[in-house]
Ligand binder design. Sequence first.
Ligand code: ATP
Length: 337
Amino acid sequence: MTVPLGRVTPVVRVAPAKLNLTLAVMGRRPDGFHALHSVMATLDLADRLAMGPAFGPEDRLHVVGDGSGPVPDLGPVEDNLVLRAIRAARQALRAGGDDRPLPALAVRLEKRIPVAAGLAGGSSDAVAALDGALEAWGAGDLLDPEARAAVAGSLGSDCPFFLAGGWAAVEGRGERVRPLPPPRGEAPGVLLVTPSVSVPTPAVFERYAAGVRPAGGAALASSTHLAGELQAGLSTARLLERAGVLASANDLVPATVALVPELVAARRALARLLERPVGQSGSGPTLWALSPSKADALGDAVIVRAALADGLLSLPGDGPPFIAAAALVGGSATAPS
Ligand code: ATP
């Protein structure tokens, strides 16, 4: 759409969460980041961004929750990835020689993805804000895919993945993204359980770097094998047969549980209750259990909530856990709702 110079078109963006089905850490790079191999997929659990003119000199952000609890604490507003993404978009356009007015934007961010949970909600918000800002200014065609990828990469390691979303094998520190076909058949479901404990990603990588890591390279073998199988046309049923292998293919688990030892018992208890392997997404603390469909995952959520209410399951944390059923649908962070 052509937007008159200096005008802002209101836009809406959906920013999906991601799930790590595998996560292999392959060593530290000279730049200090760890090199990874991970098979990731976007979920239908998503934040929502509405963007429009700020009617003032500064970009503004208003964060709301999903109505079920308090508004999540995202830290200092000026550090928020949404505002950083808008600033980065402006800078990239200026660096590319564009001198059109780029008015301040106001963003309403509806947070549905739990924060610091290993689901990369912040990174997804950043990519949605980057894309939304460009469209709002009518400048979507002024940043080519390489320039967009560079801006996304500067905002966070998970950001390049969200440019396309879907299923992908992600390598390097996250900048190499190889799209994969989703499993054949119905989209797999997943139960997400995020105990209310603090597990900052940098602290987990510090523990890993200090030697708190699994022996052997099983996660890397499982991760590359899964990528190959998906590429060859794996079905959802076959993917579920591999749930046990995938649940143990996350090299960050020892570092995560070094920070919160109670997660070991929580994960075992969940696996016993559901009679299913339970994995960890990213640096945690979100735990996942795959199922044949979202409907099945909704059933799992009922079982877990009932077990918690009846005292048959206890999870660590100073508040109630986040429990949600989702589908591994493979949407993109840039798709309007
Ligand atoms: P990652 O594994 O990429 O660190 P995560 O799922 O563990 O992701 P996020 O929810 O993406 O964690 O947020 C990590 C931190 O980033 C939070 O502690 C928060 O202070 C900060 N942050 C900045 N902007 C946002 C945002 N829009 N949404 C969530 N967190 C944000």
